[in-house]
Design a protein around this ligand. Structure first.
Ligand code: NDP
Length: 479
């Protein structure tokens, strides 16, 4: 299928007339094309977003919210179609797209549509002298740039609060996974979203993404992606004083204490290691196990890892699908080689998987477990973003915390213990934006979300995301 940009309410071809291949990674085959847009398309998109801003920002809240709720309803109606598109673009098991990605996309819209109707601001009385009241108004045109790993889920995670807050948006999905955003643009038209309120420009990051970040009329940028790209965006946006939220990479520790609920710890660690082929920024890629439990944990964890079916994403039993691209697969395989050269022992997996039939040219890698590395080596410092975890023992709580924090990233951490005091104590000492105790990936949309250290700045989720797309003003009236 040929994908088009969504600009000023219309589905249109890129100004240059140039297209890129859209590849299905499970088949290793081109299955459509996507606009290779550039700054000319971004300029048109920003102009249309700027023209729509006075209309959208002045629209009564309930009317605005009802349009977003209608889009959520249409996502639910088209669940199967969207899940198929997400799986074809990204390689993830269809089952996962149906049960997680697409339902979460409509949940994002519902959450922010309804939350926007409950925002209140404060007033402060200076006795006998003055009254202050604070207003929060939408900033203007927002730039939303999202990655390929959870395509529609993260795309809506950005645009939903921006639109609900009253901003108009120019968005760029990853060029590796454009299809669900394209189908989404059709749903926006069907739901009656006014022209120009949301504009979706497809294409490459260094052309389209960069042009969005550089455009002087885009005053707020919400970006999710890699840390290197995040640094570049920050360097461009800072001198222009743009408001910036950066959700970046992670190298998340998964701490298993000997007093944990063993079965729960193993089964959830399998998920937190290999869900979505390990291509979730929140995956626990460094497993740290208390020494007295280490051998038992490894034996069970490796046994369960070997049972995971790597296969055609469309098959019901598949647990690990294709990696998103050939280049990414090669990157993941090169990290496995690096681990070996750093002295790591591959105790499970480690190789590319060749399937037969439809997926014979797909980009599949075995779930891989590596032992014998210390925390300072590159394998344990850099984000691999694939079905690869390292595992190592620790002797004391202090050592576990040191290992967990011995990394430039600080996105999430998981702690397994039945000791309540320890759970609190360790949670407070780990420098990560989100800590899960005896669970993983449980998300309450009301809570702030984001990383510490090189995992990003700014918080998304909850009220923070709505506030992010607004500017605050205080009015002080003399009594
Ligand atoms: P990238 O940083 O490569 O890309 C993210 C998005 O930015 C893409 O749409 C990309 O376009 C675009 N982009 C690239 N260069 C520029 C630029 N110069 N200016 C503006 N936009 C640009 O990340 P990936 O797509 O590879 O996503 C994986 C990364 O995302 C991982 O590091 C992962 O940890 C992180 N991530 C973080 C999350 C979080 O919440 N903290 C959640 C999910 C993922 P293009 O695709 O064309 O290059």
């Amino acid at each position: 299928m040929n994908i088009l940009n969504y600009i000023n309410g219309q589905l249109i071809a890129p100004v240059s007339g140039q297209y890129l291949d859209n590849i299905n990674p499970a088949e290793g085959k081109v299955y459509g094309n996507i606009p290779d847009s550039d700054s000319a398309d971004v300029t048109k998109a920003v102009e249309s977003a700027a023209a729509a801003f006075p209309i959208w920002s002045a629209m009564p809240l309930t009317k605005r919210a009802n349009i977003l709720l209608k889009i959520a309803e249409l996502i639910d109606r088209d669940l199967d179609k969207l899940a198929l598109a997400e799986s074809a673009d990204q390689g993830k098991p269809l089952k996962l797209a149906k049960s997680v990605d697409i339902p979460r996309a409509s949940a994002n819209l519902r959450f922010y549509a309804t939350a926007s109707m409950h925002v209140s601001t404060e007033s402060h009385l200076m006795e006998g002298e003055a009254i202050n009241y604070t207003t929060q108004t939408p900033i203007g045109v927002a730039g939303c740039i999202s990655p390929w790993n959870l395509p529609l889920y993260l795309f809506t995670w950005k645009i939903a609060p921006a639109l609900a807050a009253g901003c108009t948006v120019v968005a760029k999905p990853s060029e590796l996974t454009p299809m669900t955003a394209f189908l989404f643009s059709k749903l926006c038209i069907e739901a009656g979203l006014p022209a120009g309120v949301l504009n979706i420009v497809h294409g490459l990051g260094n052309k389209v993404g960069q042009a969005i970040v550089e455009h002087p009329e885009v005053s707020v940028i919400s970006f999710t992606g890699g840390t290197v790209t995040g640094k570049r965006i920050a360097a461009t946006a800072a001198p222009m004083f743009k408001k910036l939220s950066l959700e970046l990479g992670g190298k998340n520790p998964n701490l298993i204490f000997a007093d944990c609920d063993f079965d729960q710890a193993v089964s959830t660690s399998i998920q937190s290691s290999f869900s979505n082929q390990g291509e979730i920024c929140l995956c626990g890629s460094r497993i740290l196990v208390e020494r007295s439990l280490y051998n038992k944990f490894i034996a069970e964890f490796v046994k369960r890892t070997k049972e995971l079916i790597v296969g055609d994403p469309l098959e019901e039993n598949t647990r690990v699908g294709a990696l998103v691209s050939e280049a990414h697969m090669n990157k993941v395989l090169s990290y496995i080689e690096l681990a070996k050269s750093e002295g790591g022992e591959i105790i499970c997996g480690g190789k590319q998987v060749s399937l037969s039939g439809r997926c014979e040219n797909g980009y599949f890698v075995e779930p891989t477990v590596i032992a014998g590395l210390d925390q300072t080596c590159r394998t344990n410092q850099e984000e691999i973003f694939g079905p690869v975890v390292t595992i190592m023992p620790f002797d004391t709580e202090e050592e576990a915390i040191n290992y967990a924090n011995s990394n430039a990233y600080g996105l999430s951490a998981t702690i397994w213990t039945e000791n309540l005091k320890r759970a609190h104590r360790v949670s407070h000492q780990i420098k990560s934006g989100i800590i899960w105790v005896n669970c993983w990936l449980l998300r309450d949309l009301r809570t702030p979300f984001g990383g510490m250290k090189q995992s990003g700045v700014g918080r998304e989720g909850g009220w923070e995301a709505l506030q992010f797309f607004t500017e605050t003003k205080n009015v002080c009236i003399k009594l």
